[in-house]
Structures are given as structure tokens and as C-alpha cells.
Design a protein around this ligand. Structure first.
Ligand SMILES: Nc1nc2c([nH]c(=O)n2[C@@H]2O[C@H](COP(=O)(O)OP(=O)(O)OP(=O)(O)O)[C@@H](O)[C@H]2O)c(=O)[nH]1
Length: 140
């Protein structure tokens, strides 16, 4: 069997506001996938638990202090494995937020979208799959 040991685990958050809209983060232009909208989150560090990594990333990116109990796993998506770059595997969690307004603390922008709006914005390929899975029931 062919071996492909290099992969990167990314954790991401589908955050639902009190009005049923979902938060997305627009990546700064100078980064990989610059200008595209993604679920906030980031890479899991070596030896780190995925949900704790997401709590850390969300605190850094949005200033929100989530608890592990608030995070519900809702799906994952992965790139096809390839020999030249580490395969991205994204674990998506869901949580709700109705507290203070949120800002993007590390650059880029945030926006809130209804499910129908969210599936129409510019996203990387894996986010299209994640968003479809997230809203499968709601959009049927
Ligand atoms: N956070 C996040 N990253 C995503 C999503 N979809 C997707 O393809 N990615 C990609 O996954 C990678 C995550 O890297 P990142 O740059 O957000 O993570 P990080 O802050 O921990 O890493 P860094 O410090 O190396 O920049 C990027 O290549 C990003 O474009 C998504 O929905 N959320």
C-alpha cells in the first residue's frame, strides 16, 4: 500500500449567532487562500487535543473564550492525498454565540451569513463541502 504520512490537521468553528446567521472569517490577502471566507480556526499543534486547539485558536482570532462542552463535532473534510504537499484534514465543530460583538483580532474581516448566503460566498474547496454538510438538513 502506498504510504502518505504527511498531513495537517486543522480545526474550524461554525459559530451560529442568536439570529441564525453564521460567522465566517475572510483571510488576509497575504496568506494562503487570501481573500477567501473560511470558518475561523487553525492548525492543531503537535501533541495538542483538537478541541483544545480550537478553543485556543478562537481565543486568539476572535477573543472568545469557549468551553469544551460548547463544541459539538459536526463534520470533517479532507483534500485528496498527494505526494508534494501535506494533505489538509479539517475537523468542523459547531457552537452558538449571543454575547458581545466579535472582531477579527489577527487581520482579515468577519461576516455573518444565513445558510443560503454562506454557501454562495467565495470559499476554499474544503469549506464548500463542510458548509454543504453543515446545512444539509436546513437547505433541503
Ligand atoms: N482555519 C481554517 N483554515 C482553513 C479552512 N479551510 C481551509 O482550506 N483552511 C486552510 O487550512 C490552513 C489552516 O491554516 P491557518 O493559517 O488558518 O492556521 P494557523 O493560523 O494555525 O497557521 P499559521 O500560524 O501557520 O498561519 C490554511 O491553509 C487554510 O487556508 C477553514 O475553514 N478554516
Amino acid at each position: 500500500m502506498e504510504k502518505n504520512p504527511t498531513w495537517t490537521c486543522v480545526v474550524a468553528l461554525a459559530l451560529c449567532g442568536g439570529d441564525g446567521r453564521w460567522l465566517m472569517h475572510r483571510r488576509p490577502q497575504n496568506k494562503h487562500h487570501g481573500g477567501l471566507w473560511e470558518f475561523p480556526g487553525g492548525k492543531v499543534e503537535i501533541g495538542e487535543n483538537p478541541s483544545l486547539a480550537l478553543v485556543r485558536e478562537i481565543k486568539e482570532e476572535l477573543g472568545l473564550q469557549l468551553t469544551l462542552e460548547e463544541l459539538e463535532p459536526v463534520g470533517f473534510a479532507q483534500e485528496p492525498p498527494n505526494a508534494t504537499t501535506a494533505q489538509l484534514v479539517i475537523l468542523l465543530y459547531k457552537a452558538s454565540w449571543s454575547g458581545a460583538p466579535i472582531e477579527a483580532l489577527e487581520g482579515g474581516a468577519i461576516g455573518w451569513f444565513s445558510p443560503a448566503e454562506l454557501v454562495a460566498i467565495d470559499m476554499p474547496p474544503l469549506d464548500i463541502a463542510l458548509a454543504r454538510g453543515l446545512f444539509e438538513k436546513a437547505l433541503d
